[in-house]
Design a binder for this molecule. Sequence first.
Ligand SMILES: Cc1cc2nc3c(=O)[nH]c(=O)nc-3n(C[C@H](O)[C@H](O)[C@H](O)COP(=O)(O)O)c2cc1C
Length: 399
Amino acid sequence: MSESMRVRRCAVLMIEPRERLELDVAGLFGGAQALKATCQWIALAPHLDAEIEIDEAELAALGRLGETPWQEYVTLASAMPPGVLDRLLEKGLAIGDSARYADIRTRDENVRACYWKPLSAVAHTFSRWSEAGVDDDVRITPHRTLVDLIREYGLPPPHLTERAAANERIGLPASDGSALDALFRRRATCRNFDTQAPLDFSVFGDMMKRVFGCHAATELAPGAVALKKSNPSGGSLHPLEAYLLVRRVENLEPGLYHYHVTDHALEPLALLQPAEAETNARRFVANQDFFADAPVQIALVARFRRTFWKYRNHPKAYRAIVLEAGHVSQNLYLAATELGLGAYVTAAINEIDIEKAFALDALQESPIAVCGFGARAARRSMVELDPLEAVWDADGVRR
Ligand SMILES: Cc1cc2nc3c(=O)[nH]c(=O)nc-3n(C[C@H](O)[C@H](O)[C@H](O)COP(=O)(O)O)c2cc1C
């Protein structure tokens, strides 16, 4: 180790005391508790993108390392039990200023430069999936019916909240006659796409313009351009980009694309064989085949730096971006419904696989949700919530 090296802690670090439960057979037969709990210290540092187990000496040493000032390695090491500082350096939790630690230092500097609020960075990084399938989670697999869930969990909390007696409520007028009312009533998450029909190119273009395009780009200060889009955006910064996986759209080869917002154009990133496109589609939506069937999938990818430029280390900034994805997806549903198409949104996505496919660095740009749209199948085979029979008739035939 270079004697002249200086060291500081990584910028963002949370420590979780984690319990691991094991069946204690000896204890069980000895009349004691059947479950044995062991506790671990888990370091959650987003720049490492992996959980790191640490011991108590390392935990105590981390408590003595500042994240801002650089300190002499020699002085620090001599104040800790032997080997502890070296282990923290090797684990990437302590950062050295020598060439040996250049890669990890760059990742740490990227986190600093992005102005992440530490809690948000940890929540974001460690809730991402890779190669997961919804069936992996036995609690929410689509093959588990509502009746199964109620049998195990009891009834869910009631479907509404009541805070006053019925005779104290003030009735409100309601219109159900406008075109918008009719549109809302026909909106339903589509899990039954036509698996063959290509999407008409002009319909595809209209959808992209309405949902992801801009109506104006205006320079608010020299070099600072604001976009006017269909959805509201925290700080007017519009951090969400559309990254597309095209399977069946007229005039487009199957592949990966990025939407250029002011040119209203697609930027081809990689062409895919139809089978590869299908594999990617499934992986993106965690094996929800009924969504992967859509002719086009769109990852709503946040550019964190854009929003955090204004809302630096802000506790609400990440939340604002997540909310914004909801606005965009609702617009996508409504635009699709108006055109007689089906649409979906899902948060059950393999963020890490999507980042790899589009070459994104998770702490700079990462998907918040995936949406898709396209023609519905003639008959319904997967469940949809359509109690008004606005989309399907009683026999499951498309209206
Ligand atoms: C943020 C979000 C995530 C969702 N994720 C899934 C999902 O992973 N799988 C799925 O089948 N539906 C998903 N949905 C759709 C909901 O299941 C659907 O909205 C709900 O059942 C009500 O049906 P409706 O949209 O037709 O009114 C999601 C909806 C939202 C808003």
